[in-house]
Design a protein around this ligand. Structure first.
Ligand SMILES: Cc1cc2ncn([C@H]3O[C@H](COP(=O)(O)O)[C@@H](O)[C@H]3O)c2cc1C
Ligand SMILES: O=C(O)c1cccnc1
Length: 353
């Protein structure tokens, strides 16, 4: 038995029900009509139970952006050229991307990992070079990855979570990879056995005619890999995924096994979350969903996870940006939970009904 298979078998950590009960009871004691803080109450209870703590705390947030290129770009499926993936890695390193601005404001730890760009980048301070290959293969011609490459990518995500687990109170995986809305659409359609026409969208900004072309490309890929649709999820990930998507799957599996709360971002990240949940049911107990992006496939994937995202801001960026935007809400839910007085402390009558 190799170490990958051993690790994969490790169970997902069970969520602490005692702390859930304690947090629910505390919410009933706080000086407000029960339920009046709406979803902020559920959030605080969820974070308290995931952290197994009476004082949930989100001071230390670990954000990792996984970047990689996609072979399906040979079919012309994005409004932007493939070289933008590498260019954005440079931008992450110099602090100019949206996620840099947000991570700085949150005082979050921000890692950037190159999991496999076509461009061989020089050593860039602040970027972890874990290039598996020069992008994935075109899944219209064959599997996107070899089995070994897929495992390598998963282990990169696993190890990133473990690298700072002692300090991580919340983990966010972001992605950068031109063409990856096509990859996520193909993978999610295969996993959910649904029509890719219900998921496909503009990504970075395709017009209607180009979206139609993107759909025919994805349909071709799904036809080519049709024999794997009844097979296991890891094979689907290997056939239709991307390096950064597989790395996010590994990170989510790692969080669920170790008991680290995860805040999920947009369409591509949520497709990785769905993949992790299908590989190991129960992973999703560790997930909180930040937002619903404008990419149509995101709603389909969120629904498949029974997810109720906190925000709907028509964002469609990725990089972990939607999740980062939601962190202040989570922090405020915790602050209210921890800091408000109880009826007893404030000597206020609780009311009878
Ligand atoms: C400058 C720039 C920065 C980005 N940051 C995230 N994405 C997002 O857009 C890409 C997916 O869209 P598509 O499948 O249409 O290529 C991914 O890289 C995703 O992270 C970006 C895209 C661009 C152009
Ligand atoms: O939903 C997302 O995260 C998204 C949508 C379009 C392009 N990139 C990311």
């Amino acid at each position: 038995m190799n170490s990958f298979a051993e690790w994969l078998k490790k169970p997902v950590k069970l969520v602490d029900k005692t702390h859930e009960q304690k947090a629910l009871a505390r919410q009933q004691q706080l000086t407000k009509p029960p339920g009046s803080l709406g979803q902020l109450e559920n959030l605080a209870v969820k974070i308290a139970s995931l952290q197994a703590s009476e004082i949930p705390d989100l001071t230390h947030v670990h954000i990792t952006v996984y970047a990689a290129d996609h072979g399906v770009m040979a079919e012309g499926v994005s409004a932007f050229p493939q070289s933008v993936t590498a260019a954005m890695i440079r931008n992450f390193a110099s602090g100019g991307a949206a996620i840099n601005v947000l991570a700085q404001e949150l005082t979050a730890k921000l890692d950037v990992i190159n999991v496999g760009t076509v461009d061989t980048l020089e050593d860039i301070p602040g970027v972890l070079d874990k290039r598996i290959d020069a992008g994935t293969a075109n899944f219209c011609d064959g599997p996107a990855m070899t089995e070994h490459q897929c495992q390598q990518a998963i282990l990169i995500g696993r190890d990133n979570v473990l690298s700072d687990i002692e300090n991580t109170q919340l983990y966010i995986a972001g992605e950068m990879g031109i063409g990856n809305t096509s990859t996520a659409t193909a993978l999610a359609s295969a996993i959910l056995k649904c029509d890719p026409a219900d998921l496909v969208g503009p990504g970075t900004g395709l017009d209607l005619q180009s979206i139609q072309h993107k759909l025919t490309v994805i349909q071709r890929a799904l036809k080519l890999h049709a024999d794997k649709l009844e097979g296991d999820i890891l094979t689907l990930l290997q056939s239709l995924g991307g390096f950064e998507i597989a790395a996010m799957v590994g990170a989510y599996l790692s969080c669920a096994k170790q008991g680290v709360p995860v805040l999920i971002d947009g369409f591509i990240s949520t497709t990785a979350a769905l993949t992790a949940e299908k590989i190991q049911p129960g992973c999703k107990n560790w997930f909180i969903y930040s937002h619903q992006s404008a990419e149509p496939g995101h709603k389909v994937v969120l629904d498949a996870l029974d997810a109720k995202p906190l925000l709907k801001l028509d964002m469609r960026l990725g990089e972990g940006s939607g999740a980062a935007v939601a962190v202040p809400l989570l922090r405020q839910a915790c602050l209210l939970h921890n800091g408000m007085a109880t009826f007893e402390q404030a000597n206020i009558s609780k009311g009878d009904k």
